[in-house]
Design a binder for this molecule. Structure first.
Ligand code: CTP
Length: 398
């Protein structure tokens, strides 16, 4: 997939620059043609001699080669590239990219690049968490750049947290996925639910759950990358899809989520019910805050919420595919099969809360996919991004 691709590898001044050598080697091994552009401070961390030996091309750092006066055209480089990868990207370079500060060859080439740009940040956890870095990364996302999120772990400072540049193998994988021309979901309309629902008690309180929406958002992103037209009906979460083509419909309660889904289901080829929907809502929502009474404990009467998956299951036409999730704590497979049948699903994705690497808020998941035809497939622990792809490939197989 990367064979013959022209890739600009931008290296900036961070400890993680040592990993860029491995990234360069992997890209070359995959058959890519790589032009390294290194910032002046990048050269403090890694020598251009190593990089030019591995890439088979002189490394570019300055606008001119001092002794020959040769000018390096950032415009030509920007047009030559099929992709630009900046790894590691320091907080400083990210800020310059966000603001268009073209004071070195790398940022100048970035501003001229017509190709997709991938940014792999690497920095200390406090720099990563600073509002300015967060805002700058958001700005790059809004430009359509792809941010390869850093991992958590021990950092060069010996502090532990988020800021470690993603491993070279995974960066290569992101590029391969991007260039993968197979779009098996092209032309398919998908409806995905994600996140929790909030059921209001009064203006300050609600009944909710611990869902963060990560799994549903990962599925929406992966589906968009596989060519689907995605509508994501989302409960209240603090994340956003990475793919700008994903159409997000924000809702709060189960009832609102149900209305948003039933409105769109007729025009949907594949629906995936990933949301953790509250099964019950307060029978009455107070318009003013419930005050604390001295001797009385309030009693909140609950009413049943609609079962969205079952509602869509009843409306389903031949040719439409409906997929549900089952998060169970016991009798996992039997419970999942019951839900598959009772909601008229074509497939159910089971995860067990007994599994420490599955469930709410984790970046990983461990699933079993059970189909209405009776097949069951266990998958090992994977990142939610990888799990999303497994689920979508299983749907393509259906
Ligand atoms: N679901 C739904 N609407 C609801 C409840 C659940 O659409 N009111 C969907 C979920 O999105 C999931 C599947 O149904 O795809 C199973 O959800 P889960 O909460 O595990 O099951 P329930 O049917 O609520 O059963 P229980 O809570 O008793 O396990």
């Amino acid at each position: 997939m990367l064979a013959g691709k022209h890739i600009i590898l931008g290296i900036t001044g961070g400890i993680a620059a040592y990993k860029s050598v491995m990234l360069l080697r992997l890209l070359i091994k995959k058959g890519a043609e790589v032009q390294v552009i290194i910032t002046p401070s990048g050269k403090e961390f890694i020598t251009p001699v190593t990089l030019s030996a591995l890439s088979g091309k002189p490394v570019i750092s300055e606008f001119f080669t001092a002794n020959t006066g040769e000018w390096h055209s950032h415009v030509d480089l920007g047009l030559w590239a099929d992709a630009m990868v900046i790894a590691p990207a320091t907080a400083c370079t990210i800020a310059k990219m966000a603001c268009g500060v073209a004071d070195n060859m790398l940022v100048t080439s970035y501003l001229s690049a017509k190709a997709p740009v991938f940014v792999a940040p690497a920095m200390d956890l406090d720099m990563m968490a600073h509002p300015s870095t967060k805002r700058n990364l958001e700005t790059l996302r809004s430009y359509g750049n792809h941010i390869i999120e850093p991992a958590s772990g021990e950092l060069a400072s010996h502090l532990v947290g988020k800021g470690r540049m993603e491993e070279p193998e995974n960066i290569v994988k992101v590029l391969e996925d991007f260039f993968c021309t197979a779009k098996p979901l092209a032309g398919k309309k998908m409806l995905i639910t994600a996140g929790p629902t909030y059921e209001r008690i009064d203006p300050v309180r609600f009944i909710g759950n611990f869902s963060t929406g990560k799994m549903g958002y990962a599925i929406a992103d992966a589906a968009a990358r596989m060519g689907a037209e995605v509508t994501l009906v989302s409960g209240p979460v603090s994340i956003a899809p990475e793919e700008r083509s994903v159409n997000v419909v924000k809702v709060e309660s189960a009832r609102e989520m149900c209305d948003a889904c039933t409105e769109r289901f007729q025009d949907t080829d594949i629906a995936i019910m990933c949301a953790a929907v509250a099964d019950y809502a307060p029978a009455h929502t107070y318009s003013t805050k419930i005050k604390r009474e001295k001797d009385e404990v309030p009693v909140i009467t609950l009413v049943k919420n609609p079962d969205i998956a079952a509602t869509l299951g009843r409306q389903k036409h031949p040719g439409q595919i409906l997929v549900g999730f089952a998060l169970e704590t016991d009798h996992e497979e039997a419970n999942a099969k019951l839900k598959l049948d009772s909601k008229n699903l074509d497939m159910i994705v089971l995860n067990s809360l007994r599994d420490p690497q599955a469930g709410f808020g984790t970046d990983t998941n461990k699933i079993t996919i059970i189909t209405a035809k009776g097949s069951a497939m266990d998958f090992p622990v994977k990142s939610k991004t990888e799990v999303a792809k497994d689920i979508l490939h299983a749907i393509v197989d259906l």
